[in-house]
Design a protein around this ligand. Structure first.
Ligand SMILES: *[C@@H]1O[C@H](CO)[C@@H](O)[C@H](O)[C@H]1NC(C)=O
Ligand SMILES: *[C@@H]1O[C@H](CO)[C@@H](O)[C@H](O)[C@H]1NC(C)=O
Ligand SMILES: *[C@@H]1O[C@H](CO)[C@@H](O)[C@H](O)[C@H]1NC(C)=O
Ligand SMILES: *[C@@H]1O[C@H](CO)[C@@H](O)[C@H](O)[C@H]1NC(C)=O
Length: 310
């Protein structure tokens, strides 16, 4: 017997006093509040219950599908596992556990499943390693008890998939019209990833748009594009793409240097001393310089040097 509460109860006692005065009745009422302590006791009967719980696991990880039965002294004769997954959308038995024979797969084995419960403790817990998206779904564990019959519960397995991330440079060349600089992609994320650009210093000079596509398997690819006018002023600016998702343990920051490509246009040769000349031009990527005339001349980077005989 378990006493779980003590109640203080006020009992309202109504007293009615009647008196006869000169043939008329005068009624008066008076209330008395009497505090009474009532000890309330209840028998707590532990009910038979199958206890499971939902599970969330990262693709490739290991999931524990918990399941045990409590509150019964019945004999356990068998534990059965059923599943309804992305791969097998029809509910079917896939594994049974018997007291003597142990674990038996119903339609072909799968090494990834391991029985880690304990039959004597009425614990049917399974472990599933190297979880794939196809394993996502509902798992039912059924305890066959004698004499009470079958008792079951359902466990929802949710698989989360971190995205593949990358930045692709669209190789913009110098110009005056807005163009796409680069795209930042978070591919195949479940749940979807958030992709954004950090472009603080550039302010209004750049613009971003974000686009996402969801696939049949519930993974989503999110692409954020960075646009701007490809001026030489913007060339070399550092920006970042930040990707976050519940499927990732922490957000990922990809640095990106905006490069505006332009070929050498004006090429100048100037004398930097009596016996050396410099070839000057601007280009991105930097231009290679090739001097040609005599093979014996000394060339260091873009400077041509030779000895002058006096
Ligand atoms: C059932 O077995 C699992 C795996 O061994 C264990 O983690 C869990 O605590 C057990 N549950 C109970 C109620 O004993
Ligand atoms: C945005 O998504 C649509 C539909 O999937 C696609 O056609 C389009 O090319 C995407 N745009 C960008 C900039 O990725
Ligand atoms: C989900 O579907 C897409 C498109 O069919 C595919 O590229 C991707 O690999 C799939 N992801 C998983 C985790 O199976
Ligand atoms: C410039 O020189 C580098 C190093 O020798 C070489 O890898 C690159 O291809 C050259 N570029 C051009 C445009 O010739």
């Amino acid at each position: 017997m378990i006493c779980f509460s003590v109640k203080l109860v006020y009992v309202n006692i109504i007293l009615t006093l009647s008196r006869s005065v000169d043939g008329s009745y005068c009624d008066s009422m008076s209330s008395l509040l009497l505090p009474m302590v009532v000890l309330q006791c209840t028998y707590v009967v532990e009910a038979l219950q199958v206890i499971g719980g939902n599970v969330k696991v990262v693709q490739g990880g290991t999931a524990i599908l918990p399941c045990h039965v409590t509150g019964t002294n019945d004999d356990l004769t068998q534990i059965t596992w059923q599943r309804r997954t992305r791969e097998k959308p029809h509910n079917d038995n896939f594994l049974t556990i018997l007291p003597r024979e142990g674990v038996q797969f119903v339609n072909g084995g799968d090494d990834r499943f391991k029985y880690i419960g304990n039959f004597n403790n009425k614990n049917g817990t399974l472990q599933l390693s190297n979880v794939a998206l196809k394993d996502e779904g509902r798992y039912t564990c059924i305890f066959t008890l004698f004499p009470s019959g079958n008792q079951k519960t359902e466990i929802l397995l949710i698989v989360i998939v971190p995205p593949f991330t990358n930045i692709k440079d669209n190789l913009p060349t110098l110009g005056t019209e807005e163009v796409l600089f680069a795209t930042c992609t978070a591919a195949g994320s479940k749940p979807p990833a958030e992709v954004r650009w950090l472009t603080d210093a550039l302010g209004e000079k750049v613009r971003t748009t974000t686009n996402s596509t969801q696939y049949d398997n519930d993974t989503t690819t999110t692409v954020s594009s960075l646009f701007g006018v490809p001026t030489s002023e913007i060339n070399g600016h550092q920006v970042q793409c930040v990707i976050s998702s519940d499927a990732m343990s922490k957000e990922e920051t990809l640095p990106f240097s905006i490069q505006i490509y332009f070929p050498p246009t004006e090429v100048n040769i100037r004398a930097i001393s009596e016996n050396s000349f410099e070839c000057v031009t601007e280009a991105n990527p930097s231009a290679n310089f090739t001097w040609s005339r005599y093979s014996s001349l000394a060339v260091v980077k873009n400077t041509l040097t030779w000895k002058v005989m006096l």
